[in-house]
Write a protein of this length. Structure first.
Length: 191
């Protein structure tokens, strides 16, 4: 169970992307239920987080998105914007896997290697956003031969019509789409 960038500085009260944070509010409770259900059923929960290093020198600023989020320069592991939102929280056995560069949560990171070395070959990708990070994570994982599921009600993108289009016309080609209730029922049946 992988949550992408569910940090206070992204989808919470300290967001550098206010429209995304606003869109995420209704889904955060569902994401929290998914996280709690995963933990209760022995499914590993990992948080793919972001903070730049060396005054943002770890990332390029060519993309409009990275230029627009320059406030992340102050982020570090003790900064409140780096924290996982309370609705999801961090369990004692959860993994925190930070990245310091790029838009993709898995490109040029150790995430997929760590999961593979743990014997994992299936991932559920939730969080934000279906605009970029969720499809990039799903495609990166599929390219590395992971089976991927995207919970449609525990992912967010903006605007809502684009989110729905990305699920139907992009993510459905690389991942299995399911709801949180379907995943929780599957995990219950398997345990």
């Amino acid at each position: 169970m992988v949550f992408v960038e569910c940090q206070r500085g992204v989808v919470g009260d300290l967001s550098v992307l206010p429209a995304l944070a606003e869109a995420a509010q209704p889904a955060l409770r569902t994401m929290g239920r998914l996280a709690a259900g995963a933990r209760a059923r022995g499914v590993l929960v990992a948080h793919l987080t972001y903070f730049p290093l060396a005054g943002r020198r770890s990332e390029n600023t060519r993309a409009p998105l990275t230029r627009a989020t320059s406030a992340t320069e102050a982020w570090h592991p003790a900064h409140p914007a780096y924290e996982i939102v309370a609705e999801i929280g961090v369990g004692p056995d959860d993994l925190l896997l930070p990245r310091h560069q790029g838009i993709s949560p898995v490109h040029h990171t150790e995430v997929l290697t760590i999961l593979r070395n743990m014997g994992i070959d299936e991932v559920v990708v939730a969080g934000v956003s279906t605009n970029l990070a969720i499809p990039l994570t799903a495609v990166g994982a599929v390219d590395e031969d992971f089976a991927v599921t995207v919970p449609t009600d525990a992912t967010v993108g903006t605007p809502q019509t684009h989110h729905e289009s990305m699920l139907r016309h992009t993510l459905a080609f690389v991942a299995r789409l399911a709801t949180t209730d379907e995943l929780l029922a599957e995990w219950s049946a398997a345990s």
